[in-house]
Write a protein of this length. Structure first.
Length: 244
């Protein structure tokens, strides 16, 4: 856990450095909002969570801040932080062994600290690491009357020793983005976790092989693009930040 906290601190520091670069003119900042399709993968999804059948994807939202550092004309660095609603639709069994659908809902603050990016005339291809910090988690169950209710026990507490969610996730992101001359942009990114998200401290090696995965679709706007950052047009080199 200590190692994961260190990685999270490094991710936050990298994003902060991107903000600082933007303030001195070597980068541009933007905002993004969009739709997320998330699910789970791993050999223990069926055994540990979706006990009555396979898990399927569910929809959520994403909202973020993005900073593009521009050390070169074609080589950029992306620094992003997103609030993302993730989870999956599970199939559980009630007290009569009848299957029913249940939503696992999680809310993450995802840091993409430094994604190397190839940029050409508005087209951007990028990939890099990500660190996610879990803010909330809940799961639907059925009561004795057959009504669904939200159960937050899966998030865990100081006295929880098994079947609770890890608070820090790590993995990689890869995506593509296109930015128009006016500053508006469209992007899609695939995010895959590499850290098991369900913990059982009562068992040696008690992390179940269950991982996050999601596809994020976003629209955004980059501030400052209309002040000399027009793509595909000749500009006075003295008026452009490094890399243009």
């Amino acid at each position: 856990m200590r190692t994961k906290l260190i990685i999270l601190i490094v991710a936050v520091a990298a994003f902060y450095n991107g903000i600082q670069a933007q303030s001195i003119g070597s980068a541009v900042m933007g905002i993004k909002v969009g739709f997320t399709s998330s699910s789970l993968y791993g050999s223990k999804v069926h055994d540990s969570l979706s006990t009555g059948g396979n898990a399927s994807s569910k929809s959520g939202f994403n909202l973020g801040i993005s900073v593009n550092s521009m050390p070169g004309k074609y080589f950029w660095l992306k620094h992003d932080v997103f609030l993302v609603k993730k989870g999956a639709t599970l199939t559980l069994l009630d007290n009569k062994n009848s299957p029913y659908k249940s939503n696992l809902n999680t809310l993450y603050l995802d840091f993409y600290p430094c994604s190397p990016t190839f940029q050409y005339k508005g087209l951007q291809l990028f990939a890099g690491p990500y660190v996610g910090m879990l803010l909330n988690a809940s799961m639907q169950h059925k009561d004795a009357n057959g009504n669904l209710y939200k159960d937050s026990k899966i998030y865990g507490s100081p006295t929880t020793f098994k079947d609770y969610t890890q608070k820090i996730d790590m993995g990689f992101v890869a995506g593509i983005e296109y930015e128009f001359n006016c500053g508006f942009n469209l992007s899609i990114r695939y995010v895959q976790g590499l850290v098991p998200i369900i913990e059982n401290t009562l068992v040696q090696g008690g992390q179940a092989k269950i991982y996050n995965k999601s596809i994020n679709f976003s629209v955004g706007y980059t501030f400052g693009r209309d002040k000399g950052l027009k793509l595909g047009k000749k500009q006075d080199p003295a008026s452009l930040p490094p890399g243009y």
